[in-house]
Design a protein around this ligand. Structure first.
Ligand code: PEP
Ligand code: MN
Length: 369
């Protein structure tokens, strides 16, 4: 894919930038108190971070919280005044852009539901003409790289040179353990087409649950992404949107401080030993293995549900024999020892059976992951 954008480097828009650029704050602006409480804690840990909060919320279904509206702009100003943090919010139309520019919001982002619609993106791009404000473009909900690139081009064509992409995962009918499939390859393809484009990962919307955030954030850093957007709320269970995926500022600190930030500059790669290089390849493969295992278990759970509704036993010995024989044959050809593969498959099979048995016995409370 070809993608030519005229972009100023991150260091130019954020003189204090160190990797990762951190964007933290609640999914939605809810009250001045909620914003200030959250922002003050985040600012105490990361004074160079950006405070995010959605003021107008694009909700998939109506009759849910659709954002606090214009009053949130005033709260953003208070946050900025009291904490010194830069502020960021989502814009979905020209009116949002005008209001944000008028209220001194520092950074705007285009949400996944807007990126899919070139009319909306063009409307936003037109309203941005003449402004000098960073704009982040989230990937479209569907895994269409052209739509993502097209939105970045439209914003760039309107004269905005501080542009970044946000990777927030894609809708798919097989999301594995994630709320949105990461499909890392699409973010990599975008970065490959335009290496000067900063890419920020949003592990909150990919994972959909706090437990997956450390893994996803580390993986994003290993993919050489430039920043992280993480939904942070001083009291996540009370959140009016995305309550299940938000974390507290203290949890955020634990995750960010625990990251292993590897360098990718040519000069230092030359200085690195071969061992460090090989270990990072292994890390990536291990992450892929984990994702594959999680996917495999999700399929097992589906099989379990199917067996339960058809009243079939969990274990079918002949099927299991066939599977292990075939795997050993394949493993031999790949140079993997039989004992090793048998041991691995026994563990996988045990866990698969355990899950299916659980589904048989607790059909009501099972939540397939
Ligand atoms: C959000 O950041 O709260 C949001 C609505 O994200 P997305 O556009 O990625 O769904
Ligand atoms: Mn959200």
């Amino acid at each position: 894919m070809k993608l030519e954008l005229d972009i100023k480097p991150l260091k130019n828009w954020f003189p204090n930038y160190t990797k990762p650029l951190l964007i933290a704050g609640p999914c939605s602006a809810e009250s001045e108190e909620q914003m200030l409480n959250t922002a003050k804690q985040v600012a105490a840990f990361y004074p160079n971070s950006v405070f995010r909060a959605g003021i107008w919320k694009p909700r998939t279904r109506p009759n849910t919280f659709e954002g606090i509206g214009d009053i949130g702009l005033k709260w953003m100003q208070t946050v900025k005044k009291e904490t010194g943090l830069l502020t960021a919010t989502e814009v979905a139309n020209a009116e949002h852009v005008e209001k944000c520019l008028k209220h001194g919001i520092d950074i705007l982002w285009i949400g996944a539901r807007s990126t899919v619609n070139p009319f909306s993106v063009q409307d936003i791009a037109d309203a941005l003409k003449g402004a000098d404000i960073p704009v982040f473009v989230k990937n479209p909900i569907f895994p269409d790289l052209q739509l993502w690139a097209g939105a970045l081009e439209r914003i760039n064509n309107s004269g905005i040179k501080k542009i970044a992409a946000i990777h927030r995962g894609f809708h798919s009918y097989d999301n594995g353990p994630f709320r949105n499939s990461p499909k890392w390859e699409l973010a990599i393809e975008l970065k490959t087409a335009c290496p000067e484009l900063p890419v920020i990962c949003d592990p909150s919307h990919i994972g959909g649950t706090p437990e997956l955030i450390p893994y996803l954030a580390q993986k994003a850093m290993d993919m050489d992404m430039d920043g992280l957007m993480i939904e942070t709320h001083f009291n996540p269970i009370s959140a009016l949107s995305d309550a299940k995926q938000q974390i507290t500022p203290i949890e955020l600190k634990k995750i960010i401080d625990g990251l292993n930030i590897r360098t990718s500059s040519i000069a230092s790669i030359e200085l690195q030993t071969k061992l460090v290089e090989l270990r990072s390849i292994i890390n990536k493969i291990d992450n892929d293995l984990l994702e594959l295992l999680a996917k495999r278990m999700a399929v097992s759970a589906k099989i379990g549900e199917y067996k339960r509704s058809n009243n079939v036993t969990v274990l079918q010995v002949s099927h299991w024999r066939n599977l292990i024989d075939k795997s050993i044959l394949n493993a031999n050809q790949l140079g993997l020892p039989e004992d090793f593969i048998k041991a691995v498959y026994h563990l996988i099979h045990d866990e698969s059976i355990r899950r299916q048995t659980e589904i048989m016995n607790n059909p009501g409370n099972h939540k397939s992951t």
